[in-house]
Design a protein around this ligand. Structure first.
Ligand SMILES: C[S@@+](CC[C@H](N)C(=O)[O-])C[C@H]1O[C@@H](n2cnc3c(N)ncnc32)[C@H](O)[C@@H]1O
Length: 300
């Protein structure tokens, strides 16, 4: 039955994330470096990609080689913004859901990404488990995480300007529901959830206001593209991208099967109508509003 005991959510409903954090906010270097990393780590083509915490769809145009893209996010307002600029094509499925209670059918995707999202997860392994369940064996999963063992944190710790140790494996919650992770913590969590990590890239070493002001963005991105490879040996950058392959087994033929399962009872026997989804097993119903499949809370 429904798992109501899930961790707290960092809620972006009605947040001005796009305009307050990205558009015109001097983050072209970060945006472009992340695109470089995605192109290096994600197979360029595939059947169905799950974008976990897609937000307003900032990076979704990187997945044009996929037949279908599922944008999953807890915020319906950000998904509405994504739909406004990506459009209503059947290639996109806009899904409002909590990743801890994922409505994505087991094994139905051959790729997934989770960029700038796990830093909001109080229980990162539980979230990774849900992503792994949605993937077919052999699928690629690109995970970005905020690295607590970064140069700035190491220096601050050395100078006693920071009380938490960047070397300690436990995630640090520096602001409520914002976590930095040790690379080894993430490596163990990925291994425990049946992912084989193949590559790691170190991003955003140059995320320094002064550098961003005096060096043209294209140079910063070019230097970052070279520095990224150092992550394979040891990442000390604030952001790390990992390429992971789903190991173990999964349900046969699921890539051709249904996209959704009921987040409460996990049945894929769903009756999908124009404006609602009804689970034939537990009888929960979910609403489809303005092109967004809303699995957050069953309707009465
Ligand atoms: C910092 S934004 C990143 C958005 C996008 N990946 C990007 O890089 O532009 C984090 C996103 O994660 C989503 N999120 C946070 N907790 C979530 C959860 N439990 N389930 C689904 N989405 C979640 C938020 O709604 C938000 O859109």
């Amino acid at each position: 039955m429904a798992d109501t005991n899930t961790p707290p959510i960092c809620d972006y409903e009605q947040s001005p994330y796009r305009t307050a954090f990205w558009e015109g906010q001097g983050r072209d270097y970060e945006d472009q470096s992340e695109r470089v990393a995605l192109r290096r780590l994600l197979p360029p083509r595939g059947r169905r990609l799950l974008e976990v915490g897609a937000g307003f769809g900032r990076l979704t145009n990187e997945f044009d080689g996929y037949d279908q893209v599922i944008l999953l996010d807890y915020s319906t307002s950000l998904l509405a913004e994504a739909r406004q600029h990506l459009g209503t094509s059947d290639r996109y499925r806009y899904v409002a859901a909590d990743i801890y209670r994922s409505p994505i059918a087991d094994g139905c995707c051959d790729a997934a990404t989770m960029i700038r999202v796990i830093h909001h997860m109080a229980d990162a392994p539980a979230a990774l488990q849900q992503v792994r369940a949605a993937l077919a064996p052999g699928a690629a999963f690109v995970l970005e995480f905020a690295n607590k063992r970064n140069v700035k944190a190491m220096l601050r710790y050395l100078l006693r300007r920071q009380d938490w140790s960047p070397y300690d494996l436990t995630p640090v919650e520096f602001v409520e529901l914002n976590f930095d992770f040790h690379p080894r913590y993430i490596a163990h969590a990925l291994e425990d959830t049946d992912f084989d990590t193949q590559r790691r890239l170190a991003l955003s070493y140059l995320r320094v206001d002064l550098l961003k002001r005096i060096i043209p963005t294209r140079w910063l991105v070019a230097i970052d593209s070279i520095l990224q490879w150092s992550g394979q040996i040891a990442p000390f950058s604030p952001s790390v991208f990992t390429q992971n392959i789903a190991a173990g087994s999964g349900p046969a033929g699921a890539l051709d099967g249904p996209i959704f399962k009921c987040p409460a009872c996990r049945s894929t026997a769903l009756d999908i109508q124009d404006d609602r989804i009804r689970c034939q097993q537990c009888l929960n119903q979910y609403v489809i509003r303005d092109g967004i499949y809303d699995f957050k809370i069953p309707i009465a």
